[in-house]
Structures are given as C-alpha cells and as structure tokens.
Design a protein around this ligand. Structure first.
Ligand SMILES: [Fe+2]
Ligand SMILES: [Fe+2]
Length: 157
C-alpha cells in the first residue's frame, strides 16, 4: 500500500472524515446553550480544521509528512465512552450536551481507529509516522471530550 494514488485515496477519505467532524462541532455550537460548551466545541472544530490543513499540505507536498510527525503527543485513553451506549444525533434533544459529548467521543474513537490502522499498515515509514501522529491527536481529542463529560456529569449534571 504505497503507490501514490493509494495514498491519495487514503488522504481523501481522511479529509472527508475531518470535514464531517468539523461540521459536527460547528453545527453543535449553535445547538448548545452554555458559553463554556460553545467554547469547547469551537476548540474541537478548530483542531479538526488544523488536521484538514495538514492533510491538504501533505497531499500537496508529501515531504511535509516528516516535519508533521516529529513530535508525538503522549496521551492516555480513558476509555470512558467506549462502554456507553451509542447515541443517535437525529433530533434536537440529542444535542443535549451530555449526549453530544458521548456521540463526539465515539466519533473521535472511530477517527482514532482509522488513523491507527493506517499507521500500522504503513509501519515505520514517514507515512506511518504521520498517521500515528494524527491517531495520537484524535485520542487527545477523545481524552478531552471524556474529561469534559466527566466534569459535566459530575458538576453540572
Ligand atoms: Fe481530526
Ligand atoms: Fe478529532
């Protein structure tokens, strides 16, 4: 799995996922009430936008993968949402903050798994390290969402 067109396909799928996450978070900003919740969602949206920019940059110049994979964030998987039941986002009440956080945490988990899978497929190459970095960042997002969930449930819920 190392021909250019294959990498291109993988990047296109990643771009799609990032776009969907970005839309999820920006759309949700309108639907939550608390300013803290809005700010948190804005932060998440901005991070996905950064991912999109990185992916577009390496699509344009694969050499950039090297610099993007220099620092690998260390992150703990709290596995909080893993055992919670799926929540749909089909009607406005599903955007209730607690449900939204579960949905978002699970979505970050899926994105993490996609990148982690690619990281393993591409192994110890620049491509592999690039996706390992993205995987670690998605796990960071999940970690932040889980901490927010924890705090929300304990303090506001
Ligand atoms: Fe992302
Ligand atoms: Fe993310």
């Amino acid at each position: 799995m190392n021909s250019t067109w294959t990498l291109d396909m993988v990047i296109n799928r990643a771009l799609n996922m990032e776009e969907q996450s970005y839309k999820l978070y920006t759309g949700a900003i309108e639907k939550v009430e608390a300013p803290e919740a809005k700010a948190f969602l804005k932060e998440l949206a901005d991070w996905e936008l950064e991912h999109k920019a990185k992916l577009l940059a390496i699509k344009d110049d694969p050499q950039k993968m090297k610099e993007f994979s220099l620092h690998m964030p260390k992150v703990q998987d709290l596995k909080l949402v893993n055992y919670l039941e799926d929540v749909p986002l089909t009607d406005p009440s599903d955007y209730e903050y607690q449900k939204l956080l579960i949905y978002a945490g699970k979505r970050e988990q899926e994105t993490y798994e996609y990148y982690d899978d690619l990281a393993k497929k591409f192994g110890d190459s620049d491509v592999g390290k690039f996706f390992a970095r993205l995987a670690a960042e998605e796990l960071t997002h999940k970690n932040k969402i889980e901490k927010e969930y924890d705090q929300y449930v304990l303090e506001w819920g």
